[in-house]
Design a protein around this ligand. Structure first.
Ligand code: EPZ
Length: 416
């Protein structure tokens, strides 16, 4: 297993190009299942999760070709409707094939994804929505078995805001007969990107990006040519790295509108932030002011940036409160940060972070994607050499992260 060794103390400096968004690419690639023909996606990030998605789509019978950042998918004759356990357990987002398969083939057999490090991650709302559209749902031997004739539009209320739940049902409803309304829908930019993608395919969707999305089903959809939007979570991670190392970094090819909540909090923490059309310049100063955050569905402060922000607060000038309201177990990084000298007390979904003058390097273990990103951040400011193990978690969501940090003057290397 690879590990990453990072030596602290060097302010980051320079430009970094933000890659395509993992959480936009996954549903968009999967939406190609809805159409007969070849869809083309560009600016696709080179990540383990993208490889897993390509494997899954090929397993279903689609032809998948990847050339640099372009992925072509021909879903003309799907031969399978099953997403097996060994593929789904590697990537929970595989459940996104449920909606398209039921809509296109009238059946799907998808392994229940099971929990992960950050929480139980149920998909009950995905299934409740599919049932409302007329699918019959059976849970057998750890699999979801869904069958349907032509799906029928329905009025669906999410009692919890769910990103992939909204995506799954938007894709299923696109081919249903009649109108579907999704209420309390997720408003993330990735939802809007998927809706734009489906509209280009011929879908009739209004309200994506708001909490009420109306989908008028159509008989068939056409293949699409689409570009993946920049990754707001990668952008946020590099913004925090710039502030943390008291450096000056310009992010290129990013969407400032997608990181508004973070810009607000980083300015309160004392960072200087200049916003361009597709760029953000972030300058850190010696003192970091403690700031409270509470994770919320978009446009609130994203849960995927919570671990990274906690590292920033662990070397801030007083005490901050971090509330994690989305996932029930997303403080796994706390114990590793405490081994590096952070002063953090957790009770329930609240972490009290008391700033310390500096962190000290240690051998640490990555547990989930964003927690591992936070350990790299800690290593960038800790005194000494930090060794982050199990970096395969990182490779799921960050494209060649050590190369991007090296190009920003960090002392960092990957060791096989
Ligand atoms: C998406 O996960 C993202 N993944 C996650 O990013 C992100 O953390 C999360 O949204 C929240 O923003 C992708 O887009 C591939 P949810 P998702 O359904 O859709 C509960 C990363 O690091 N819930 O919005 O699985 C659930 O337990 C990943 O890139 C139900 O109760 O998250 C959670 O508490 C990590 N029933 C809350 O809703 C359901 O049927 C939000 O989950 C579905 C969800």
């Amino acid at each position: 297993m690879d590990k990453i060794i990072v030596e602290g103390g060097r302010p980051l400096a320079g430009n970094v190009k933000i890659s395509g968004a993992k959480n936009a690419a996954l549903p968009m690639l999967i939406s190609s299942l809805l159409a007969d023909g070849t869809s083309t996606f560009t600016n696709v990030p080179d990540l383990m999760d993208i490889k897993s998605t390509s494997l899954l789509l090929s397993h279903l019978g689609a032809q998948v070709e990847t050339c640099e950042d372009t992925v072509r998918i021909s879903a003309g004759d799907l031969t399978q409707f099953e997403a097996p356990y060994d593929l789904v357990r590697k990537m929970r987002a595989s459940v996104l094939v449920l909606g398209p398969l039921v809509a296109r083939l009238g059946r799907a057999r998808v392994s229940l994804p099971g929990g992960c490090a950050i929480g139980a991650r149920p998909i009950n709302l995905h299934l409740k929505g599919l049932a409302a559209l007329g699918a019959s749902i059976d849970l057998k031997h750890g699999y979801v078995e869904a069958t349907a004739g032509r799906l029928k539009g329905a009025d669906i209320y999410f009692d919890v805001v769910t990103v992939t739940g909204t995506e799954n049902l938007m894709m299923a409803a696109a081919l249903a007969e009649g109108t579907t309304v999704l209420r309390n829908a997720a408003r993330e930019p990735e939802i809007e990107a998927l809706a734009d993608n489906l509209i280009k395919m011929g879908a009739d969707i209004e309200g994506a990006g708001t909490s009420i999305i109306t989908i008028n089903g159509v008989a068939a959809l056409n293949p699409v040519a689409a570009t993946i939007m920049p990754d707001r979570i990668e952008a946020g991670t590099f913004m925090m790295a710039a502030v943390l190392t008291r450096g000056e970094v310009t992010l290129l090819n990013c969407e400032p509108d997608h990181v508004g909540a973070l810009i607000d909090k980083l300015r309160l923490a004392g960072a200087e932030i200049e916003i361009g059309d597709k760029s953000i310049q972030v300058k850190g100063h010696q003192n970091i002011t403690s700031v409270d955050i509470k994770t919320q569905p978009y446009p609130g402060f994203p849960t995927d940036m919570q671990a990274q922000f906690m590292v920033l607060m662990s070397v801030a000038d007083s005490t901050s409160t971090i509330s994690e309201t989305i996932f029930e177990n997303r403080f796994i990084h706390v114990s590793e940060l405490k081994r590096m000298g952070a002063d953090i007390q957790v009770s329930g979904n609240i972490a009290i972070v008391k700033g310390v003058p500096h962190l000290s390097a240690a051998q640490v273990m990555a547990t989930d994607l964003r927690a591992s990103a936070s350990l790299i951040l800690a290593g960038l400011v800790a005194q000494g050499k930090t060794e982050v193990n199990r970096v395969y978690h990182l490779d799921r969501g960050y494209q060649s992260i050590e190369k991007k940090y090296s190009a920003l003057n960090a002392t960092i290397q990957r060791v096989k």
